[in-house]
Design a protein around this ligand. Structure first.
Ligand SMILES: Cc1ncc(COP(=O)(O)O)c(C=O)c1O
Length: 345
């Protein structure tokens, strides 16, 4: 199976499993798991932040960051295609008690003036704007990489209005791989930022949320409350440390594989690339073939290539460490065959 459904489908490598088996462990809740502590220190340094907390998931990083920096009745500003707004089961609303103000964009990247317009006036009848979230790279709008200047301009809007600035960096290291800009430069001046370990980095579980010491103390409280505190989490953290040592370079290869897939699919009549491919996520439309995304994806799956139908005519393919260049060539060949078999002509 060539699995391009998501980079979450990446599996722990034999080396990672060995590192997990060898991990030194302790009680994470008591701050006594040495491997988890080492991972947190490592990611805090990578992001240039004061402190960090290991979380079971990126979803919990977003939620804990929102909970730590808002009060019920507040409002957060997000992109309309963001993970927070679409696929976190409305946790910001149900658990943090905040509303979301979504900004509609073509590619998941909004401007400082969009952000400025989204900040509510300070009047009694309006919700209090409390946080602006930037998702870099973007997930559902196709792996867009935020220009550094835009990210900083949005951050400055948040700061000017006294709002928290948050980075959903599930795939921040894919942005780093695409541009050479460091993770610390991307998140500089933001209050909270996190990276996911279970996507392109290939870990089975985990994400690390960073911020100032007081914010991480608060995020820890929410982690306890949400049931995210662990015990011998060093086994999981060891996978993260292994990934930071061995899989970061892979993200560059994943981005290059996405470019190769883009070039191959572009050459197939009836397939239209829906957005510029900037990192490891590619979006394409099969509408011109007169076939639905579901039917196209099903036919590919029958031939051993798994991709994700994201709406009526659009498909998303995501590269990761378990798909090599031969896998990409196969995915292109299968797409060509399916386009020929199902397409109008
Ligand atoms: C941009 C973005 N944010 C957050 C998440 C949530 O991460 P997790 O699956 O680790 O909860 C995802 C997962 O796909 C994502 O793509």
């Amino acid at each position: 199976m060539i699995d391009l459904f998501s980079d979450t489908q990446s599996r722990p490598t034999p080396g990672m499993r060995e590192a997990m088996a060898r991990a030194e462990v302790g009680d994470e809740q008591a701050g006594a798991d040495p491997t988890t502590n080492a991972l947190c220190a490592r990611v805090a340094e990578l992001l240039g932040m004061e402190d960090a907390v290991f979380m079971p998931s990126g979803t919990m990083c977003n939620l804990a960051a929102i909970l730590a920096q808002t009060r019920p009745g507040d409002e957060i500003v997000v992109d309309a295609s963001s993970h927070i707004f679409n696929t976190e089961a409305a946790s910001a609303a149900t658990i943090a008690g905040v509303s979301s103000l979504p900004i509609t964009t073509a590619d998941g990247v909004f401007s400082a003036s969009d952000a400025e317009a989204a900040v509510r006036p300070k009047i009694r009848t309006a919700p209090r704007s409390a946080l602006i979230s930037v998702e870099n790279t973007t997930a559902f709008s196709g792996g867009s990489v935020w220009p550094l200047a835009t990210m900083r301009a949005v951050r400055d809007v948040a700061k000017r209005h006294g709002l928290a600035a948050h980075v959903d960096g599930a795939r921040l290291l894919n942005a780093v791989a695409a541009t050479g800009i460091s993770a610390a430069d991307y998140v500089q001046g933001f209050d909270t930022a996190w990276i996911d370990l279970s996507k392109g980095l290939g870990c089975p579980v985990g994400a690390v949320l960073c911020g100032s010491k007081p914010l991480i103390i608060e995020a820890w409280r929410w982690k306890y409350r949400l049931g995210g505190a662990m015990r011998q989490s060093g086994i999981l953290a060891a996978a993260g440390l292994y990934a930071l040592d061995h899989h970061v370079e892979q993200l560059r290869i994943d981005n290059a594989n996405a470019q190769a897939l883009d070039a191959g699919l572009r050459a197939i009549e009836g397939i239209v690339i829906a957005a510029p491919t900037q990192s490891n996520i590619l979006r394409f439309s099969v509408q011109s073939l007169g076939v639905t995304a579901d039917a196209f994806a099903r036919a590919c799956l029958e031939r051993g290539v798994r991709m994700r139908a994201t709406d009526a005519y659009e498909i998303r393919a995501t590269t990761h460490l378990d798909v090599d260049t031969d896998g990409i060539a196969t995915a292109i060949e299968v797409s060509r065959e399916v386009a020929g078999a199902l397409g109008r002509g």
